[in-house]
Design a protein around this ligand. Sequence first.
Ligand SMILES: [Cu+2]
Length: 198
Amino acid sequence: MASSSEGGNLALLATIAISVVFFAAAAVALGYYLVFGENLAGPPQNIYVIRLSEYTIEASPEPIIVKVGQPVVFKIVNEGAVEHELMFVPNLQMMADMIMNAAIRLQEQNPELSEEEIIAMVDKRHEMVMEEMIEKALKGKVEGEEFMIELEPGESTVATFTFLEPGIYVIACMKLDGTFPEPHAKEGMFNQIIVVEG
Ligand SMILES: [Cu+2]
């Protein structure tokens, strides 16, 4: 009799102990979720992987949404077979047309040159002219070390930007390899960064 009653008490104690542990664990989990819940869904929202290839700029996670004043880190990878770039473009259509027209004009003026040589010439000019235009357009709106990042196939880099004004910022690739005389952007190689009030 005594031993069966002891056994019953032990079973009851064990049940109580398990319940206490279970509720404690549930309370800790709930507390953690309430405090860190936003981060349980995945990596923090201010780190993005940007993949460049023929002819897309893909971000993960997608879309890129950042808050004003919050630094955003881009890990940029060229997964394509040709050189690509990530550059901020204040006016996508205008810049793409500018590059295309420059390529057509240079080819007309220098019929003896190969397509490769024309592309090298356009690249050289576009680097100088675009860099100045972009820096002027982004002054006071975006902070970052570089707004035109060129990557060879297989190359990758990390860049940090801080947006100071809300809006939609366009990133694109204006290289011509494989799409001459159109830049890659005209084939769809662009994406956007949505900047919202913090
Ligand atoms: Cu490209």
